[in-house]
Design a protein around this ligand. Structure first.
Ligand SMILES: [Zn+2]
Length: 335
């Protein structure tokens, strides 16, 4: 059995209509990562588990730190396959299209309001209107505590001689940076609401392909997204925090800090939790795709997206759906 594509609305509806596709994911850092604002890693004091209620400090991965890189992955592909222009928006000329008839969509400068990125992830630009994100995410928390999940590096910028002092003066070019360690796990639910099958595939592809999060100017911040389940429901499900705490309860006996948690074991324990967590949510489940069926579905999907023509077709179908929504609900409201 594969994912039930006919469950998705045939067109993106103008009003919320209760089609929730949830991607249950374990995000795993694959290199040192810097998920921070204002020079410090973000942390939160929360209960360690649902059964274990002692409080602990966890790393927090904010919503924007998760969605921005995924958006940029999709937007890069839209430009690569010529659905969007590679030119910046010209504030004077105010042209919607470039000379090759490609839409100009300039991230956070001038949103085109009609590409799959604008419609799926939303936009808000001053008085020019806004579109709510149909990709719903929340802050994710580290499974393990802050103390065993981070490392502080002192980044030296020595003088040319390789020393840290010159003529008796010690350099002040020393920077302390907090890094998330590799193999730290962040249990996450990414929900895509009221989108067509093509726009769901667009979002799924972004999630699979995005390999770097956090400070985007560097090669650090590697993250692998392990998809544990895809669930189609008529409502919202458990939070990232609850998922993290439930996993903590069943995984903690295997913790051996400062060693990382065995990823394969955590994946397996987390996947086993999903049906029970869903049951407690009281939502109607149309489909829960997990295990071998999910593995087959994802393998087929990735085989498709590894082919340029199939990738082009996927983006083309997503674009047709986003443009249809634009014409029905956005363009008409501007008149
Ligand atoms: Zn756009």
């Amino acid at each position: 059995m594969s994912l039930q594509s006919n469950w998705f609305p045939p067109a993106v509806p103008g009003k919320p209509s209760g089609h929730y596709a949830h991607l249950i994911v374990l995000r795993e850092t694959t290199s040192y990562a810097v998920f921070q604002t204002d020079g410090e890693l973000n942390t939160a004091r929360v209960s360690s588990g649902l059964a274990n209620t002692s409080v602990m400090t966890r790393l927090a991965l904010f919503k924007r730190k998760q969605t921005t890189p995924e958006r940029l992955t999709g937007r890069e592909l839209l430009r690569r396959y010529s659905f969007l222009s590679d030119q910046p928006y010209d504030e004077k000329a105010k042209l919607a299209m470039d000379s090759n008839d490609r839409l100009i969509c300039d991230y956070n400068v001038h949103f085109c309001n009609q590409c799959p990125d604008c419609i799926t992830y939303g936009f808000a630009i001053g008085d020019a209107g806004s579109e709510k994100s149909k990709v719903i995410t929340d802050t994710a928390y580290s499974l393990t505590d802050y103390a065993s999940s981070h490392e502080t590096f002192t980044l030296n910028a020595p003088y040319e001689s390789g020393t840290m002092s010159r003529e008796g003066q010690v350099t002040s070019r020393i920077n302390e940076l907090d890094h998330v360690k590799p193999q730290v796990l962040f249990p996450t639910v990414v929900t895509v609401r009221d989108v067509t099958h093509s726009l769901f595939e667009y979002t799924l592809n972004n999630l699979i392909r995005t390999r770097h999060y956090g400070a985007q100017t560097t090669r650090t911040g590697g993250v692998a997204n392990h998809i544990l389940a895809i669930v189609l429901t008529d409502g919202e499900v458990f939070s990232n925090l609850k998922f993290c705490q439930a996993l903590y309860d069943v995984a903690r006996e295997h913790f051996q800090p400062p060693d990382p948690v065995d990823t394969a074991l955590a994946r397996s324990l987390a996947a086993q939790l999903v049906p029970n967590l869903l049951q407690a949510d009281g939502v109607a489940i149309n489909q829960l795709l997990q295990g071998d069926e999910l593995t087959t579905y994802l393998a087929d999907f990735m085989e498709r997206t590894s082919n340029e023509r199939a990738m082009q077709e996927l983006l083309s179908a997503a674009f047709a759906d986003s443009r249809r929504y634009y014409e029905a609900y956005i363009a008409s409201s501007k008149k």
